[in-house]
Design a protein around this ligand. Structure first.
Ligand SMILES: Cc1cc2nc3c(=O)[nH]c(=O)nc-3n(C[C@H](O)[C@H](O)[C@H](O)COP(=O)(O)OP(=O)(O)OC[C@H]3O[C@@H](n4cnc5c(N)ncnc54)[C@H](O)[C@@H]3O)c2cc1C
Length: 338
């Protein structure tokens, strides 16, 4: 078992098997003014029992957030608390049978339950984004929550994947909707983690891939989204969720030129636990709001998450040396500062 744990990178990317066992990691991060969100790494949900179990675990993370200021967010993956198949059916515009409609209503209630608990705990509930072909179905449950709960401050934040070709058009229309209806738009901006899956599905279905054809297109879309976000910070809320150093430098420079405090309550930075830690620490030192996604869960359940992280890290091999050097520098600095 120990070998398996080492082989999968469990200890590098996961903080523990349950909410309580994450404290050792999150307290260390909090010592350096880096906040955490406890992210239940369970990607196997298939049945109502699974969805209910996962909802209960997210509620547990919200209860933990009530006890400590170290957790200003909670997070949920839509497919962990609702049927992937039904999200897909709704996204494709299919009408549900009466029995499926009951399941859909139960999914809606779970989202509502989490949003309500987040409001009571005065934290932000982030909704992760997954495969593009379920996203419209997810939005049918999530957008009404933003309109209902974000009337004066952000309670629910959705995720925009900028590797999808049409997402800045969507982002602009969401900003417009929020302004017209008078709610705070909360977004987490990511590039997107399902590129291979999106491409192979598109190839299999002989449709054009929804993902940008090249990395520099994704990069320019991400930059465009950052621009929308920063221009709207006086009213709307944004999480810059990336490990990309040049994006982060760009945001920091923009803020300094536009006289926006890095501690602006509507601006947060986020990285995954075990990845680019020096970026998170350095942002916290500059008084920026920053938190780590801290995954937890039993090893067997965390495997798909760990595989995605391993793939991503191997894609970033060229950056590994840079990371080592930065970490070395960070450690040296910490030693010098006592
Ligand atoms: C806090 C946090 C929360 C996250 N939440 C989510 C989430 O809810 N949903 C989700 O899908 N992902 C999520 N991610 C993962 C994210 O989408 C990226 O996979 C990951 O962060 C790597 O992108 P980057 O911006 O950090 O780095 P970079 O190294 O600059 O970008 C890598 C990314 O660029 C894109 N890319 C790479 N090559 C190409 C290519 N040839 N053509 C087009 N695009 C390309 C891919 O999206 C790839 O992941 C999250 C990441 C963080 C840090």
């Amino acid at each position: 078992m120990k070998l398996l744990i080492r082989f999968t990178g469990y200890e590098q990317f996961c903080a523990g098997k349950d909410v309580a066992s994450c404290t050792a990691v999150t307290e260390k991060l909090a010592d350096h003014k880096v906040f955490s969100v406890l992210d239940y790494a369970n990607e196997h949900a298939k049945s109502t029992a699974d969805y209910e179990h996962n909802t209960a675990v997210v509620l547990e993370t919200i209860a933990a957030a009530k006890r400590t200021s170290a957790y200003p967010f909670a997070v949920v993956k839509p497919s962990a608390i609702g049927s992937f198949e039904l999200f897909h059916k709704k996204a494709a515009g299919h009408k549900l049978s009466p029995s499926k409609q009951l399941i859909w209503t139960a999914m809606q209630q779970r989202f509502e339950q989490l949003a309500k608990a987040a409001k009571q705990a005065a934290i932000v509930l982030m909704i992760d984004a997954e495969e593009s072909w379920i996203q419209d179905g997810v939005d049918m449950l999530v957008l009404p929550l933003l309109r209902k709960y974000n009337s004066d401050k952000v309670v629910v934040a959705l995720t925009i994947q900028l590797y999808l070709k049409d997402r800045n058009v969507l982002y602009k229309s969401l900003l417009k909707d929020a302004d017209e209806k008078g709610y705070v738009l909360g977004v987490k901006l990511v590039r997107g983690a399902y590129m291979e899956k999106e491409r192979s599905r598109a190839a299999a279905l002989k449709i054009s891939s929804p993902v940008c054809d090249a990395k520099d297109q994704t990069d320019s879309q991400y930059k465009g989204a950052l621009q929308h976000a920063l221009k709207n910070l006086n009213r709307h809320f944004c999480i810059v969720a990336t490990h990309n150093q040049s994006n982060i430098n760009w945001v920091v420079d923009y803020c300094s030129q536009a006289n926006i405090s890095l501690g602006n309550a509507n601006l947060w930075f986020s990285q995954l636990y075990g990845m680019r830690d020096y970026i998170s620490f350095s942002l916290a030192e500059q008084n920026a709001n920053v938190f780590k996604y801290v995954p937890f869960g039993p090893l067997e359940q965390a495997v798909p998450y760990l595989i995605r992280r391993a793939l991503e890290n191997s894609a970033m091999k060229s950056q590994t040396l840079q990371e080592c050097l930065m970490l070395k520098k960070e450690l040296k600095k910490r030693k010098l500062n006592g």
